[in-house]
Design a protein around this ligand. Structure first.
Ligand code: NAP
Length: 253
């Protein structure tokens, strides 16, 4: 039922985890053109691209550090040159590093703010310039429960994810009248490389599961499904929404 036929999408951080699962879902839904962004892990990105190609999607791989605005602008240019348009942007790339506030250096603060938040500015800025003249497009920004309830020892991370929620609402109101929707997905715990260390410990895993009403951590596929919904025409009247995908662990609108 969900059909992305004819559409072109760019997914940042699509070499692994949630981004990779989203790329596969988009390919399964018949997407025409797919730009798969990665930063360090070219081999993983190539594997994702090969799976998408097998599913029939025309795919390009783009290496770009999303914390660099010029690199993001070039990536969006490359996508549009290759496919002739850009309908869907999923700003997913991010990092999650632990740091107590009294120990956190300026460099650590900047690294997280740039990778998780400046990247959102860069993606929205550059894709708006492509989408606005066509008065068509959708942006999906990936936040986190950390942006809703905070997260001890990850205050820089939580600050970026809270800011993504307020950017979603601001841009939905700003761009909606000009034909572009902006929504946000806020996952809870998801089993990816990002959380592998935390989820490796049996005790930690039990503690985490106890806080989730569904009693388990999500798979990347379970986040990619809601992202696919927001990317599709089924969500054409959804704008400025924060879609919580957390097994009920944070109950907020
Ligand atoms: P992951 O498995 O660690 O994958 C991170 C992805 O982001 C990789 O593809 C990585 O590319 C890319 N990336 C990181 N820094 C980048 C940069 N500067 N430029 C370009 N790409 C970059 O992470 P994940 O768990 O899938 O997380 C994806 C998103 O969901 C993140 O925004 C994260 O904050 C959010 N999230 C995750 C969870 C969770 O429990 N996992 C919960 C809530 C929210 P390379 O491998 O090529 O470097």
């Amino acid at each position: 039922m969900i059909n992305l036929t004819g559409k072109v999408a760019l997914i940042t951080g699509a070499s692994r985890g949630i981004g990779a699962a989203t790329a596969i879902k988009f390919a399964e839904a018949g997407i025409r053109g797919l730009a798969i962004n990665y930063n360090r892990d070219r081999n993983a990105a190539e594997r994702v691209a090969a799976s998408c190609e097998r599913l029939g999607a025309d795919t390009i791989l783009i290496r770009a550090d999303v914390s660099r605005v010029a690199a993001v602008e070039k990536m969006i240019d490359t996508t549009v040159t290759r496919f002739g348009s850009l309908d869907i942007v999923v700003a997913n790339a991010g990092i999650w590093k632990e740091a107590a506030i009294e120990e956190m250096s300026e460099g650590e603060w900047d690294e997280t703010i740039d990778a998780n938040l400046k990247s959102i500015y860069a993606c929205c800025h550059a894709s708006a310039r492509v989408m606005l003249p066509r008065r068509r497009g959708t942006m999906i920004l990936i936040s986190s429960t950390a942006g809703q309830r905070g997260e001890p020892f990850h205050s820089h991370y939580a600050a970026t994810k809270g800011a993504i929620i307020s950017m979603t609402k601001s841009l939905a109101a700003e761009l909606g009248p000009r034909g572009i929707t902006v929504n946000c997905v806020a996952p809870g715990w998801v089993a990816t490389d990002m959380t592998a260390e935390a989820l490796n410990s049996k005790t930690e895993r039990r503690k985490i599961r106890e806080l989730i009403p569904l009693g388990r951590v999500a798979t990347p596929d379970e986040i990619a499904g809601p992202i696919l919904f927001l990317a599709s025409d089924l969500a054409s009247h959804v704008n400025g929404e924060v879609l919580n995908v957390n097994g009920g662990s944070v109950l907020c609108g």
